[in-house]
Design a protein around this ligand. Structure first.
Ligand SMILES: *Cc1c(COP(=O)(O)O)cnc(C)c1O
Length: 361
């Protein structure tokens, strides 16, 4: 068996030791005679798995006591509507920073539901190559919160600061949560679909500050209600049990194999720095993002001659470097360097790119 290097933007690579452990436990979880997938979510075995995962996540991110951690479904995209439904029930306007496709979708969803929407900052004029500066943010007077996207997964544009505003910050952290330490206390709500940097698809993490649990709309579906979910330990209905278990294994891997988020951040910084350096030094590849806003997780790049795109992708795949094609909306290439992508993968990619340039560039 060969595991190739996987640069997919999502569902993305998982740590090999996590998959090996899952394989060991697949048929018979710790002598119980059944798989985690076959357990009642109310069983003591699964409740222990769920509680351990939450405790490990809280430890990794140093989540303060006054935050709930929810293990939900529906992907990050469902949060585009759950956030306004939970935070705008007492009125006010949803404020957004627009730095790419995901932020735009969040904004569109709130508008579609009939909520007031205000764009408090945008990188659109510059083609989403630089995030708006703190000094240029203009919130509406009745802002209930400010929503932004920490890392725009498609454009490869990342915030290099946490906005400092007087209203709760809501952040879509889908593609960069757990890539580095984070001061959770700066935020009202943090959410992330699991399939980028946390675990398999099917699970969405939401961290929400307690005082925000009473702002929900009166008419809200039970499964969308943060408070109801918090009170039920994310088990209003059957949660995505196997995805929850695997995310828990990823948290254990981060703690014990990697040594925590400081250590993870150092590895991620090295991976991104070496790939961007290779791109900048080449005559064939380029990345347009302002250096301070370059994503460490998603590195988009284009080839100077787009006729080389196809052979580049075909040869990369043959070399065991998978999923380098850019998002269908922007084209070009994209290498996603999430936590589970090892440094050796990035070295192999850089060597391949240099070789390809020498032969074809
Ligand atoms: C992938 C992604 C989403 C969408 O996630 P789903 O779980 O597919 O809904 C939203 N925001 C960001 C930043 C993403 O990377």
């Amino acid at each position: 068996m060969t595991r190739h290097y996987n640069f997919c933007a999502g569902p993305a690579a998982l740590p090999t030791p996590v998959l090996e452990r899952a394989r060991e436990e697949l048929l018979d979880y710790q002598g119980r005679g059944l798989s985690v997938m076959e357990m009642s979510h109310r069983s003591p075995e699964f409740v222990a798995i769920a509680e351990q995962a939450e405790a490990d996540l809280r430890e990794l991110l140093a989540v303060p006591e006054n935050y709930k951690v929810l293990f939900l479904q529906g992907g990050a995209s469902l949060q585009f509507s759950m956030v306004p439904m939970n935070l705008l029930g007492k009125g006010g306007t949803a404020n957004f920073l627009y730095t790419g496709i995901w932020g735009k979708k969040a904004q569109t969803e709130a508008k579609q539901l009939g909520f007031g929407v205000h764009v408090a900052g945008s990188s659109e004029a510059g083609g989403h190559t630089e995030v708006p500066a703190q000094a240029d943010l203009t919130l509406s007077e009745d802002a209930a919160y400010l929503h932004y996207t920490a890392n725009e997964t498609i454009g490869g544009l990342a915030f290099d600061y946490i906005p400092d505003v007087d209203v709760p910050l809501v952040c879509d952290y889908s593609s960069s949560l757990l890539a580095e330490p984070l001061d959770v206390s700066r935020f009202g709500v943090i959410y992330a679909g699991a399939q980028k940097n946390i675990g398999p698809a099917g699970l969405t993490l939401v961290l929400v500050r307690d005082d925000l649990l009473d702002r929900r709309c009166e008419r809200i579906p039970g499964l969308f209600d943060y408070r109801a979910m918090a009170e039920a330990g994310s088990m209003v209905n059957t949660p995505p049990t196997y995805a929850w278990y695997l995310a828990g294994r990823v948290f254990q891997w981060l703690k014990h194999d990697i040594g925590g988020l400081e250590a993870m951040a150092a590895i991620n910084a090295r991976k991104a720095a070496s790939l961007y350096a290779a791109i900048d030094a080449s005559g064939l590849y380029s990345n347009p993002i302002a250096v301070r806003n370059r994503s460490r997780m998603n590195v988009p790049f284009v080839l100077a001659d787009e006729r080389l795109d196809k052979p580049f992708l075909a040869e990369a795949e043959e070399a065991g470097l998978l999923n380098l094609k850019g998002h269908r909306s922007v084209g070009g290439m994209r290498a996603s360097l999430y936590n589970a992508v090892p440094e050796a993968a990035v070295e192999a990619l850089i060597a391949f790119m240099a070789d390809f340039e020498q032969r074809r560039g």
